[in-house]
Design a protein around this ligand. Structure first.
Ligand code: DAH
Length: 355
């Protein structure tokens, strides 16, 4: 049998097996590589006797074409097979139920902040933020609380340096100052965030949360303050009626100042907000003191308004029936699993705040 015939038979039978792409490529090299069998036959043409050379060359070309076509179509076929097998193996059935993975929960304080922000944004307040590390000026002096003012002692401040220039903010009120210094009136903002005082028991934690409110414009009076707070409390507790009372109080940065209580009762061991004859203090507020406005270069003859500061943790405790403030900050996973919220249920006023 001639060499060509041998090559043809041997390689046809090789290519007839089920091969993958790299095996076929190997055969391609064996035949057509630099020292491949077909390539070597081409080199031989010159040594063949004149009488046989023409036939030899034509047979060789036919074999070459045959194998090249065959190899190309085999590679095509093998590639398609490989892709199909991969697709079969890597298929994801999106209709299958989810596997058992642990989903995190939103902390009740974060949930409450989201709810508060959602309610106030609906009625035109934007959300501002300030740093936890404040300077003494923003936290006290600019808020009409000069040095030696008794209100400073009441705040149990954590100072961060000996000169008492830097501190952990004792309330969110310094965000009022920051906001008014960086923009021009009117202002209509809330500022939720962490606050700090050196105090710790069942109802006090050294770190707690407040939300500040500030609304300054040309004709803002205490009626607006009452109306907005009344609306907020009803929305927050998801009730139609609320009992609310303003008690005269004192804050250096407001005049007049008030504390606000909401009416509640306890029925079958549960707190019911908006009914009953018990009162619970939930916030401090008042008309922004002209000195505060002067400190931030707002003309009190032209602009005035109200401010308020609400304890967020206390609202969250009331709404979600949590009775020890400290549990908020213990990072107990079982507690969070029980009281936490689904991260996909973002509170909105339309869909409901706390489903
Ligand atoms: N900053 C006060 C506190 O922490 C709360 C407060 C009272 C904020 C009256 C206000 C306000 O904006 O007008 O006790």
């Amino acid at each position: 049998m001639s060499d060509l015939k041998k090559i043809k038979e041997e390689f046809l039978s090789k290519l007839n097996k089920k091969l993958n792409v790299s095996e076929i490529n190997q055969i391609k090299t064996d035949l057509f590589g630099k020292n491949g069998l077909v390539s070597s036959q081409f080199k031989k043409i010159g040594t063949i006797a004149d009488s046989e050379r023409k036939k030899f060359a034509s047979d060789l070309n036919i074999i070459k074409d045959e194998f090249q076509n065959l190899i190309n179509s085999k590679i095509n076929e093998a590639e398609i097979n490989e892709i199909n097998e991969k697709l079969k193996k890597e298929k994801i059935d999106v209709t299958l139920p989810e596997r058992n993975f642990v989903r995190g929960k939103i902390h009740p304080v974060s949930q409450t902040i989201d709810e508060i922000s959602s309610i106030f944004s609906e009625i035109g307040f934007s959300v501002e933020e300030g740093p936890d590390v404040e300077n003494e000026y923003n936290n006290f002096t600019a808020l009409n609380t000069p040095e030696h003012h008794p209100a400073r002692d009441m705040h149990d401040t954590f100072y961060l340096d000996e000169k008492k220039e830097k501190l952990l903010r004792t309330h969110t009120s310094p965000v009022q100052i920051r906001t008014m210094l960086k923009d021009k009136p009117p202002f209509k903002i809330i500022a939720p965030g962490r606050t700090y005082r050196s105090d710790s028991d069942q109802t006090h934690s050294p770190m707690f949360h407040q939300v500040e409110g500030l609304h300054i414009d040309k004709d803002i009076n205490m009626g607006h303050l009452k109306g907005y707070l009344n609306y907020f409390i009803k929305e927050f507790f998801e009730v139609n009626k609320i009992k609310m009372r303003f008690r005269p109080s004192h804050f250096p940065f407001t005049e007049p100042s008030a504390e606000v209580d909401i009416g509640y009762q306890i029925k079958d061991g549960k707190i019911i907000i908006g009914e009953g004859d018990k009162w619970l203090e939930i916030l401090g507020c008042g008309m922004v003191h002209p000195n505060v406005l002067k400190n931030v270069k707002v003309n009190p003859e032209k602009f005035q308004g109200y401010a308020f500061g609400i304890g967020i943790d206390r609202l969250a405790m009331l709404k979600y029936g949590i009775n020890d403030l400290r549990s908020f900050f213990e990072c107990d996973y079982r507690w969070l699993n029980h009281f936490g919220f689904d991260p996909l249920d973002v509170p909105t006023n339309y869909r409901g705040l706390s489903r």
